[in-house]
Structures are given as C-alpha cells and as structure tokens.
Design a protein around this ligand. Sequence first.
Ligand SMILES: CC(=O)N[C@H]1[C@@H](OP(=O)(O)OP(=O)(O)OC[C@H]2O[C@@H](n3ccc(=O)[nH]c3=O)[C@H](O)[C@@H]2O)O[C@H](CO)[C@@H](O)[C@@H]1O[C@H](C)C(=O)N[C@@H](C)C(=O)N[C@H](CCC(=O)O)C(=O)O
Ligand SMILES: Nc1ncnc2c1ncn2[C@@H]1O[C@H](COP(=O)(O)OP(=O)(O)OP(=O)(O)O)[C@@H](O)[C@H]1O
Length: 492
Amino acid sequence: MDRGIRAALEGLGAGVPEGVGALAGITHDSRRAGPGVVFVAVPGFKRDGLDFAPEAVRRGSPLVVAERDPGDLGAPVAVVPDAREALARLAREAHGRPSDSLLVYGITGTNGKTTTSYALYRILREAFGEEKCGLMTTAETIVGGERTQSVRTTPESTEVQETLAKMREAGVERVVMEVSSHGVSLKRVLGVRFSGALFTNLTRDHLDLHGTMEEYYRAKRGLFYMTEPGAPKLANAEDGWGRRLAREVGGVRTFGVHPEADYRVEAVRPAAGGTEFTLWHPEGRIELSTPLLGAYNVANVAGAASLALAAGVGESEVVRAVGAMEQVPGRFERVSGVEGFEVIVDYAHTDVGLRAVLEVARGVARGRVICAFGAAGERDAAKRPLMGKVASQLADVCIVTTDDAYGESPEKIAREVASGIRPGSEARVIIDRREAIEAAIREARFGDVVVIAGKGHERVQHLPEGDVPFHDASVAREVLEELASGRASGRR
Ligand SMILES: CC(=O)N[C@H]1[C@@H](OP(=O)(O)OP(=O)(O)OC[C@H]2O[C@@H](n3ccc(=O)[nH]c3=O)[C@H](O)[C@@H]2O)O[C@H](CO)[C@@H](O)[C@@H]1O[C@H](C)C(=O)N[C@@H](C)C(=O)N[C@H](CCC(=O)O)C(=O)O
Ligand SMILES: Nc1ncnc2c1ncn2[C@@H]1O[C@H](COP(=O)(O)OP(=O)(O)OP(=O)(O)O)[C@@H](O)[C@H]1O
C-alpha cells in the first residue's frame, strides 16, 4: 500500500516529503484518520475538509493532501490541483488497482439502476456462479453471496476501491456497480476500469447538484468515456437522451421497444405472476419471462439481458436467470397481509418513478389505489409539486407525508408536494410517516392496493431533529398485525 500511495502522489506531481513514515491507508474523513493514514482534505459542499486536518493530524495522520497549504498543521502537506481526483487516484493505487483484475459493469440513469443491476447480477450468477460475482447498489453490496446494506448508491472513491479490492481477494471476477451521477461528477468512480456500461434513462432529478439537464446528462455520459473501448455499451432507445448517447459515443448499442433498437423488445404481455416478452438480438431472439411487473421493468430486464448477451453470456443462462429473479429489496415489494388488499413498498421518489409504480398498481388493483408518499428535503425541490400531481392523477386517495426531510421543514416540503395535487382529489397531509402508513392501510378495503412510496429498502429516516430507525415494510407489517389482532379480538 505504501508504495502505491507514494507512486500515485508522484504521478500527481506532489511527491511525499522527506521523513514521512510508512503510509497505511487513505481517508477523506478526519474521524477515520489514524497512524499511517493519509488525510485528503476535500473542499465539500458544506464544510472544508482542511478545517478537519488538525484533527486528522492529532489522530496520527503523517501526511495531509490538500489543494492549498494552510501552514503549520503539524504534518507535511502535499498540494494537489484537485483533492477529489487525488483521493480517487490514491485510493486506487493504495488498493492495487483492483478493477484491473475484475470485469466491472457500470449501470447509470435516473430510474431503474438498482433493478437493472440486480437483473444483470442474477444473470452473471447463473452463468459464472455466485462466488465469482459481486454487486454494489443503493440497496445492498454483495461479495460472493455475502450481503451488507449500503449507505449510498456510489460511495466515496476510498470505499469503492476498498470494496472492489475485497471482491478481488474473495475470488470475485465480475462486478455489477450502480453508478450515480454524483458518483461520476464527484469523482467517486474515477480510476475504475469499466468493462461494460448501461444507461437506463434520464428524467428530472438531482438538478441541485448538476444545475441543468444537459450537465446531468454529461455526468451520466462520463461513465461511457470511462469504459474500455470495444467493451459492451448499451443505452435505452426508448429515451431521447439514450438515443443521443448512442449517437455521441462510439460503440454504444441500443435496447428497447423502439423499432430501430439493436436489442429490440417485442410482444410484451402480462403472464401469470409476471411479464413475458421477446428480445431480438444480433444473433437471433429469446423469449423471456420475468416475475417483475410493469413496462418499466421490461426495460430494466431487457437492458440487463442485452448487456449480458453483448458480454458473451449464453442465451439459455439469460433466459433461466430472468425467470428466476428474486425480489429486489424495496422495489414493488409486496407486504403480505390477510386483509384482502395489497400493500406495496416502493422506492419511487421522483414523479417518473411514482408514475411507473402507480400505473402498475392500477393494473393490479381491483378496487382503489391509495398512495402514501412524500419528497426528500435538501434535494431538487422542483420535483415536489410534480410528484403531487402524478400521485393525484393515478391514485384514488393520496396521503402526503414526510420522506427524508434532512434539515428542511417537513411541513414546508409537504405543502410544496400538496401544491401539485389536482383540485378535487381525495388528499390529506399526515406529517408523521408511521401515522400516514397506518392511515393508508386503515383506509384500504378488499381489492384495494396501498402504495407506500419513497423509501423502499431504507432503514433510517433523516429528519431535522436527527436520524431515526424507520423501515416502511416493517411498519406496514406491524400495522397489518395490529389490524388482524384487533379484528380477531372483535375490535375495529
Ligand atoms: C452532495 C453530496 O454528495 N455530498 C457528499 C459530500 O459532502 P460534502 O462534500 O459536502 O462534505 P462536507 O460535509 O462539506 O465535508 C467536507 C469534507 O470534510 C470531511 N469531514 C467532515 C466532518 C468531519 O468531522 N471530518 C471530516 O473530515 C468530509 O469527509 C468531507 O470530505 O461528501 C460527503 C463525504 O463523503 C458525503 O457524506 C456527502 O453525501 C451526502 C451525505 C449525500 O446525501 N449525498 C447524496 C446526495 C448522494 O451522494 N447521492 C448519490 C445519488 C443517489 C441517487 O442516484 O439517487 C449517491 O451516489 O448516493
Ligand atoms: N426504468 C424505469 N423507468 C421509470 N421508473 C422506474 C424504472 N425502473 C424503476 N422505476 C421506478 O423507480 C423506482 C426506483 O427504481 P430503482 O431503484 O431500480 O432505480 P434507481 O435508478 O436505482 O434509483 P436510485 O438512483 O434512486 O437508487 C422503482 O421503485 C420504480 O418505482
């Protein structure tokens, strides 16, 4: 590790000053600093990492890497032009360039990244075995079958490289990695060698970071420029940005129901407990049957199948794996109950995601669709009324509640969401998420579908007063149990 870090610093034109002892790690977080651990001071959105350099040095960091030398830190400072880039390059070298020994497939886009990643991971598992495959998504990280919950979609470069190194050491050969636009823009995946890339779609989100859709698109496109020439690259032909990507970047092929798609989807039909469709590919066609519901999941599964075929996986493995796909945590997750209605937990947190899940819910419902949802704080505020509008168009009853408010007022966010609700719709605001879920479930009657949208697999709710444990599916289960026991004892 020491040699790798020194070489990377030299590569950045900084070098390690005389007398610095053995280097044993890299961090951007002073709370993780320690003897031998190099502290990289990143100028953040909220704070300047340099403010924490004295703490890192106190904890034992022998070297600080920063964009300027504030003087007298008590440790030498290596000055670099771009701290995030330095962090990524140092992390890659510190871990011995793990992606050079792996085949890493990056999945990007606004919606569908996690589902597409799980589908591709399932196919690779079928073809190469569980112990040879890894997965990094918003929901989980899986190393050779061992699962841990994720905190972020694409973590900082130190964690990306560390996880890839862990995978390499465990004997993993192929990795599916969900890559967020933050991951590209904030250089979290810089230095990862990608052996395949896929673009799902681009709709309004994260403009708080990117400013414009053009910049947001360019961030996603960045993944394709980091992908090896000649490696399989796929873009969704149903999406205008996807078609643009295919025109702009050499070697990108397209998938979807679009008539000119290279991997063309045809004859989509509902089947018992799922969906069937035909996928034409350059060497023929396959009939796919997936337990997932909805047109958007056809796009997700078709994308994953196309990338797998382009990467050389056999048709029969693709067909078998797609047919055996497991529940993706928090994506159209059915919470079982005995009440004669369905409760669905879904991660939809944009107007597009909400439309997608509510359309499927409408298809499943024999009665009404009841939707409890909210919008996140400190994130692109313009999507809030759009979410209210979509929910009131597609659900019979809307309950606006709190998502992750972070430091923002939940009441203010809810007002902004509710401002988009169509006049005359049946809608309520219940700020407390638990109470909102309870109200939605108590409202349901035989044949109805309750959709609890926004937090999916997540187990923490970020509120102005701090983080609290919260898991939509567990809360829904508790409410259903209360209802069942109340009914058994004659209450209700
Ligand atoms: C906008 C954004 O992405 N912010 C991330 C960024 O924050 P920042 O640069 O503003 O950091 P900061 O808090 O100002 O601190 C500056 C520096 O001081 C350091 N520090 C801070 C405190 C301390 O005690 N000691 C210390 O050394 C920090 O480690 C950091 O390097 O760097 C921090 C350190 O890694 C992240 O925790 C933080 O993610 C926040 C929590 C976050 O919510 N990010 C989301 C928006 C995100 O990244 N989402 C994407 C997209 C998901 C999707 O597609 O929907 C994702 O990939 O997950
Ligand atoms: N291809 C798609 N098009 C539109 N909406 C989709 C698509 N796939 C999934 N969705 C909706 O978006 C939600 C999130 O899906 P998924 O987790 O697969 O996307 P994601 O891109 O990983 O999201 P995030 O970046 O926030 O992690 C789903 O629960 C569903 O409601």
